[in-house]
Design a binder for this molecule. Structure first.
Ligand code: PLP
Length: 288
């Protein structure tokens, strides 16, 4: 006999708890996908997503989970034969690297194990030794969900600069965006991927790639990009369907709008402080 009553509570990193407001916002018949409110609503998501990411750069939306955003990111800036440096602090950065490898990219990995953050001195030495500029991009994960390691991305940027290396800095914020402080432009990140089902509180199904002018230039220098993953039409759609390369993820957009409203009402600084306070409470309870 089950003793539980009411809604079940899934206490895992993601899908995270969907607020009642988000679920209610999604509970609507399908809106018109050719004109009207949905189109306006979608336009309104872009500046708010950029605000949450801390960027004045570009934002592309994909109907995909986080793995889709990984593949989108790789597909836009890395060609077969290019080299990427993976800074592994758990399973997720390895996985992103494996996906790049499957697309023909040469993967070099610095593995820092499951209990430590990225060793910045090692990264700097590795990049400084790359005199020919073989490494086109560096991949890191902000919070690796498999280990809970939180990496200092601003410091990682300083290591690339100290090495005088021009690689693109690509960061996975799938677990952390809307939970931990992240400032894409201030921290010098060129490309960031995230998905909607963790800090953004929306059921799994849409994900995002944010990118700088430098990453945009890398995309435009590619000889071939898969038309589905290509971010160019998505950031500058002449027709509404081009945002998504097809039918819009209607109810997800309604849910995401509500979730972003909740974040903006609370304000990002407060959202980060709340997550930190609750994290400290949990750690203190474990210690006790
Ligand atoms: C959840 C997660 C992913 C994978 O996202 P999916 O939506 O399951 O594809 C990737 N990276 C990190 C850090 C994650 O937490």
């Amino acid at each position: 006999m089950s003793l539980s009553q009411g809604r079940s509570y899934l206490a895992i990193p993601g899908p995270s708890v969907m607020p009642e407001r988000v679920l209610q916002a999604m509970h609507q018949p399908c809106p018109n996908i050719y004109e009207g409110g949905l189109i306006e609503l979608t336009h309104s998501l872009i500046p708010d997503l950029k605000h949450v990411a801390g960027t004045a750069g570009q934002a592309a939306i994909y109907i995909a989970n986080g793995h889709g955003a990984w593949e989108a990111a790789v597909s836009n800036v890395l060609a077969p034969g290019d080299t990427v440096l993976v800074l592994a602090t758990g399973r997720f950065c390895e996985g992103w690297g494996e996906m790049a490898g499957a697309l023909g990219v040469t993967v070099e990995t610095l593995d820092f194990g499951n209990q430590a953050t990225i060793d910045l001195a090692q990264v700097e030495a590795h990049l400084a030794a790359d005199k020919s500029g073989r490494i086109k991009a560096v991949m890191a994960v902000h919070v690796d969900t498999s280990t809970s390691v939180l990496n200092d991305i601003a410091a990682l940027r300083r290591s690339l600069d100290a090495a005088g290396h021009g690689a693109l800095l690509m960061v996975d914020c799938i677990a952390s965006l809307g939970c931990d402080k992240f400032l894409m432009d201030e921290w010098g990140v060129d490309l960031m991927v995230t998905a909607c089902q963790k800090g953004l509180m929306t059921p799994p199904g849409i994900s995002f790639v944010f990118f700088s002018d430098k990453a945009a230039a890398a995309r435009n220098a590619m000889t071939r990009v898969s038309s589905y993953w290509d971010w160019n039409a998505r950031i500058n759609p002449e027709y509404f369907y081009q945002y998504f390369c097809g039918t819009a993820p209607t109810q997800h957009l309604l849910g995401l709008r509500e979730a972003l409203d909740m974040i903006l009402e609370e304000e990002l600084d407060h959202v980060w402080a709340r997550h930190e306070a609750i994290a400290r409470a949990v750690w203190a309870a474990c210690e006790a």
